[in-house]
Write a protein that binds this ligand. Structure first.
Ligand code: CA
Length: 230
């Protein structure tokens, strides 16, 4: 269940927002001052923060700035004045979205859901990048162990073959020239020529492709280079 923090001094508004968010299965905390809100935001891991601009004590501008220094959580700022929203945008405080009061609670819920979906996609793709295993159809590349499997069967790869396959698989659907590949895998300072790339691609295909005449992974783009297809 996603946890939402509402920082809002008008209790009736805060309660209404909370009711609607709880109906959509969010868990909601309310803080009525800037200081309490800031402490709560920094002390717990909320999935999203709804922050009112005009607050007693520390105002929403300051709270937003302070949260941003420490946390990446999505912040949705609300204000009764359209001018304030323009001002917030201009200040570049790092708020993710802005709403002018009054807004309908269902609009608020829709925005919250949209931000959470977007944020989880961003975090999800960052995690996938760190993932040590690449799996595409029957091909599995274990980067940490430097092992390659085709339909569960391990294939023996030399160091350069492994680096080349991993390089292409990590950049799918992108066309690389033989020069690009040579530079990336062998380095500028290396001796040798780009025919080495052709030889290595041929060897890799023999290990991973079912039919090397009709490769399903590494495709030849005639006159240009190669592309790893997903
Ligand atoms: Ca207020």
């Amino acid at each position: 269940m996603s946890k939402i923090l509402i920082i809002e001094d008008e209790e009736a508004i805060a309660d209404l927002e909370k009711d609607y968010l709880e109906m959509s299965d969010f868990s909601v905390d309310i803080k009525n001052t800037g200081n309490e809100g800031l402490d709560a935001a920094l002390a717990s891991n909320y999935d999203l923060i709804i922050l009112d601009l005009m607050l007693p004590g520390v105002d929403g501008f300051e709270v937003c700035k302070k949260i941003r220094e420490k946390k990446n959580v999505p912040i949705l700022m609300v204000s009764a004045k359209k001018d304030d929203i323009d001002k917030i945008r201009g200040l570049g405080l790092g708020a993710d979205d802005y709403m002018t009061k009054p807004f309908s609670p269902s609009e608020l819920v829709a925005r919250v859901k949209a931000h959470l979906a977007r944020y989880s996609r961003l975090v999800g793709s960052a995690e996938a990048k760190q993932n040590e295993t690449i799996e595409i159809r029957g091909l599995k590349i274990d980067k940490a162990a430097r092992r390659v499997f085709v339909d569960g069967e391990e294939k023996t790869f030399t160091g350069k073959e492994f680096e080349l396959l991993t390089y292409l698989a990590e950049n799918p659907n992108r066309v690389f020239s033989k020069e690009d590949i040579f530079r990336a895998i062998w380095g500028m300072e290396s001796y040798g020529d780009i025919a080495t790339v052709t030889v290595h691609i041929k060897k890799i295909r023999e290990k991973i492709e079912y039919d090397t005449a009709n490769p399903q992974y590494i495709e030849t783009i005639w006159g240009v280079g190669y592309r790893f297809k997903i």
